[in-house]
Write a protein that binds this ligand. Structure first.
Ligand SMILES: C[S@@+](CC[C@H](N)C(=O)[O-])C[C@H]1O[C@@H](n2cnc3c(N)ncnc32)[C@H](O)[C@@H]1O
Length: 215
């Protein structure tokens, strides 16, 4: 799927995105708990600047806000205008002045420097140049600044029919088995120190993290 096709798909999905994300609870998928765990792995402190790659409608913003506080800064980056419009509504509703939204392809995004933390949830695997994005983040982060990814992956031990079923359930969001060769966690291990990798939901989801080198 090209980037134009991804943007077109998310333009169609944007209005119902938050609602449809909840449907995965019916499959026992503990989406909010995974988000909480990913944000906790950032180790945010009040006043921090955090970048979210592929922020979508901003489902992580409240958790990020709790971490950085009113003095901190959240920069949400996304390819799709309609997803950012939903994010802007969310920001306005909660009257947040410390959240900036940037429409950009993650591969072309120039990180401000230095940043304290970078996160991406359910988005990075869709970016063909994910390795470049992760390398750029490693260069922009302050020493020991944390990078965390929460995303889907092909579960190694699951039977083929279950893998196909899982891909079908995520298909409306542009996820397909063609993406199974993309392994962002290996790039995190390459560019970061203190790498961690945790599988969730039978290996169909993972959280990977690392710390920027001391320079
Ligand atoms: C499944 S949604 C995830 C949204 C949000 N991170 C969440 O956890 O709910 C994937 C998002 O990635 C964005 N995206 C896909 N390719 C992208 C790219 N190349 N650069 C930036 N954002 C991208 C889409 O527009 C969409 O908003």
């Amino acid at each position: 799927m090209s980037k134009a096709q991804i943007a077109a798909l998310y333009r169609r999905r944007a209005g119902l995105y938050d609602w449809s994300a909840n449907l995965y609870y019916l499959l026992g998928y503990r989406e909010h708990a995974y988000r909480k765990r990913a944000v906790a792995a950032l180790g945010l402190r009040p006043g921090d600047t955090v970048v979210e790659i592929g922020c979508g409608t901003g489902l992580n913003f409240a958790l990020l806000q709790q971490g950085v506080g009113a003095a901190g800064r959240i920069i949400g980056v996304d390819l799709t205008d309609a997803m950012l419009e939903q994010a802007a509504r969310r920001v306005a509703k909660r009257n947040r002045s410390n959240i900036e939204l940037v429409q950009s392809d993650a591969a072309a995004f120039e990180f401000p420097t230095p940043v304290d933390a970078v996160i991406s949830t359910y988005a990075l695997t869709m970016v063909p140049e994910y390795d470049t994005v992760i390398r750029n983040a490693a260069q922009a982060l302050r020493p020991k600044g944390r990078f965390v990814v929460l995303d889907l992956k092909k579960p190694d031990a699951a039977p083929a029919w279950l893998v196909r079923f899982g891909a079908w359930t995520a298909g409306p969001f542009g996820v397909s088995l063609e993406l199974a060769d993309r392994r962002p966690w290996e790039s995190i291990a390459r560019y970061f120190e203190n790498y961690t990798f945790t599988e969730l939901y039978g290996g169909a989801t993972y959280i990977a993290s690392g710390e920027a080198p001391r320079g």
